[in-house]
Design a binder for this molecule. Structure first.
Ligand code: 13P
Ligand code: SF4
Length: 328
């Protein structure tokens, strides 16, 4: 037991978090990859696009973000007047790590005739260097609005970029980042599992490599996969994304069986995101109590990053077009 957890022993964390949420006028937002107890206590659970929209429209004074750092930063970019807290400030993302801003800037400068369409899983600095941000649920709608002769850099996820490139039959310059979680699924083990459950469809996140996505009956964001699970007739679904989303499936469709796609060692549910896993009920309680760690972003940088995020929100809802991207 750590000194911190010892000092919290005996506390009813659920009740305490509830009390603090009211006292501080806080909203708790959680991603589907969070531990079940964090999903259960959240005011809203969603995919990256839905969480961005919630962060932009909330009238709470405090946003407690149970997710990873880039998600909490998006909340701060869109709602700068709010206090945004992240239970564990070390909750990063392998895609963000794969795309250092200075390298991305140099790459952009080497390709001045390309626009940069960038996955939301990146730093605020990279957002500020990008033209349009996308999430896995908004990428197809946004890409379909870009003229076919417009050259595109897509980063930092080469698997999402590759999936879009194949689907739209459109070449893009792909940044070589990957999600370590989705990269870890094994095609051999997936096919073995499918042979055991021949009637079970496979739903995959587009962060998976083509060796997984090519076997999928459905490819989409976490919310897309959850919605797909609600529509299938089959009684079993194989889920090729971070397995904590299965919690929401079990709540929404209790009669069905959901099996996490296996990693290379053949174990199901072994693709847990180590960054998302850093957040706990204890840390959420402490961050609400002390209003720390807080997300802070320098105003000039925030405004630059907001441009590419606003373009995503507008294009995804169909209210604005691509517009004049201007110089970055
Ligand atoms: P979505 O919830 O937008 O599908 O994103 C998945 C993800 O990997 C978040 O880190
Ligand atoms: Fe990043 Fe992958 Fe974890 Fe999502 S699941 S936060 S993309 S490492």
């Amino acid at each position: 037991m750590t000194a911190q957890s010892a000092s919290l022993a005996g506390l009813d964390l659920r009740a305490e978090i509830d009390r603090l949420r009211k006292e501080k006028n806080a909203v708790i937002l959680a991603h589907y990859y969070q531990k079940p107890e964090l999903q259960d206590i959240a005011d809203f659970v969603g995919d990256s696009l839905e969480l961005s929209r919630k962060a932009a429209e909330t009238d709470a004074d405090v946003i407690a973000f149970c997710g990873v750092k880039f998600m909490a930063e998006v909340a701060k970019i869109l709602s700068p007047q709010k206090t945004v807290i992240l239970p564990d400030v070390n909750a990063g993302c392998s895609l963000e790590d794969a795309c250092p801003p200075e390298k991305f800037k140099a790459f952009r400068e080497a390709h001045p005739d390309h626009i940069a369409i960038t996955y939301i899983n990146c730093s605020t600095e990279v957002k500020a260097l990008s033209d349009i941000i996308v999430t896995s649920s908004s990428a197809e709608k946004i890409l379909s609005q870009i003229p076919r002769d417009q050259k595109i850099i897509f980063g930092p996820d080469r698997h999402l970029g590759g999936y879009l490139s194949r689907k739209f039959d459109r070449e893009m310059l792909l940044w070589p980042g990957v999600c370590i979680v989705h990269e870890a699924f094994s095609e051999t083990e997936l096919l073995k599992l499918k042979a055991q459950h021949p009637g079970a469809p496979i739903a995959a996140h587009p962060e998976c490599p083509p060796t997984i996505v090519d076997h999928a009956d459905y490819v989409g964001s976490t919310s897309g996969i959850l919605n797909y699970a609600k529509t299938i007739d089959a009684d079993t679904l194989i889920v090729a994304t971070e397995p904590h989303i299965i919690h929401q499936m079990q709540l929404a469709i209790p009669g069905k069986t959901f099996i996490g796609a296996p990693g290379a060692d053949g174990n199901c549910n072994c693709n847990i995101c180590p960054y998302m896993a850093l957040n706990t009920m204890e840390k959420l309680y402490i961050s609400l109590r002390d209003l720390t760690p807080q997300i802070e972003i320098e105003e000039g940088l925030r405004l630059k990053a907001k441009e590419s995020l606003d373009r995503m929100l507008g294009m995804a809802s169909g209210t604005v077009g691509m517009g004049d991207l201007g110089a970055r």
